[in-house]
Design a protein around this ligand. Sequence first.
Ligand code: GUN
Ligand code: FE
Length: 458
Amino acid sequence: MATSPNASTTDFRAFHGTLIHSVTSAEIDIIENGLLVIAPNGKIVKLEKGIAQGDVNDQLSEYGLTADSPSFTSLPRGEFLIPGFIDTHNHAPQWTQRGLGRGKVIMEWLNKTTFPHEARFADPEYAQKTYGLCVGGFIKQGVTTASYYGSLHGEATKILAKVCMEKGQRAFVGKCNMNQSSPDYYKDASAEESLSVTEDFIAYVRKLDPTSELVTAILTPRFAVACDRDVLGGLGKIASKNPDIPIQTHFNETIQEMEITKSLFPEFDNESDLYEHFGLLNSRSVLAHCIYMDEYDTGRLETLECGVAHCPVSNTTSGNFGVAPIREYLRRDMKVGLGTDSGGGYSSSIIDAMRQAFVVSKARELNTNGEDKPLSINEMFYLATLGGARVCCLDDKIGTFAVGKDFDALEIKTMGEHSGIITYVEDYDTTEDIFEKFVMSGDDRNIARVFVKGRSIK
Ligand code: GUN
Ligand code: FE
């Protein structure tokens, strides 16, 4: 055993009951009578299946626990543990504009709805207040890891990183780079300034969380439309000098954005060549949307092992109805997870994103004359958990309950005072039924507790 029990063994935590996690993109493991033990450092040290209630004490004794310990939880029928949700694409400043500007196409939405709002984050006090609400709101909904775009402001983005750290959420946080095609009141003053604020932000996060236990800086060119060649090239250089730092941007999101990109960068035939040229496409890249894809773009992302952040709510409720080829990504075993996109959509719930991913996959089935089958419940759940972990290159750390991983988890309750509006759980429901009812009709009222690295944060 990696972690040897010692005198402070009361710090171990354990659960007995139903545990559900993904095994592959299509298969889940429903572990009945599972016993999970978490060490004081937040790592899972034991995962046993089929432990009878009467044998629990025996199994716990080496950790200084008994079934009566306050840090032991027995999960009755209707309750289960799942890995925490991973939001692979989220704009933190848009927390306070969610749902606004439906129907506007991307540039109109950015210029009329988003940029005037994000500009408010020049005020650190506003940032402090809003980011507290934002991170708290996502935690409440079970998001244990989020990849956040900040605003363009260095100060406000530092506040966001600090809030994540203080609230205990695992996060990638990026200062948004944007020095062109944006209004004067909301744009980086120059390429040099855009890059120096980024470097200063990276240094700040390295100090805040030197070993990236929770918070990691992420390079965040908003999209090529908003970044000139110097910014894109400069960020590519920072990426190559810092192989631990991930990268995020928007990729093939709308026809309008793709046409503007083409007119600004006529030397490139497509966005893959563009971002690859500037050193921004690799296994650490988290690419939001990836809707309008041809074989060339898909092949490049597959070869370069880029992650796809599927944002089905924003893709279908902003200007267009975008149907991303998720079945194709899964077929190729590409890395794909879910994003709320915050203000790009209207919902900050990954449960909503799972359901909308299903709706989009039904549209895709129609568009492909039945060739691309819709997502199953298991696949929706995979995208929200292990798929997201793979996108963030964190699947060795989170995404399942494997021994050695960090305990990032949600304690789900579907009955009694926690039932909320979930489809009523009947006496004859199987665990599969209850799980399906949660995915298709549950909400944050069913998320009783949220854990990151073994620490209870809701
Ligand atoms: N493209 C550039 N910026 C944004 C943004 O804030 N949201 C979305 N959905 N797309 C973008
Ligand atoms: Fe976005």
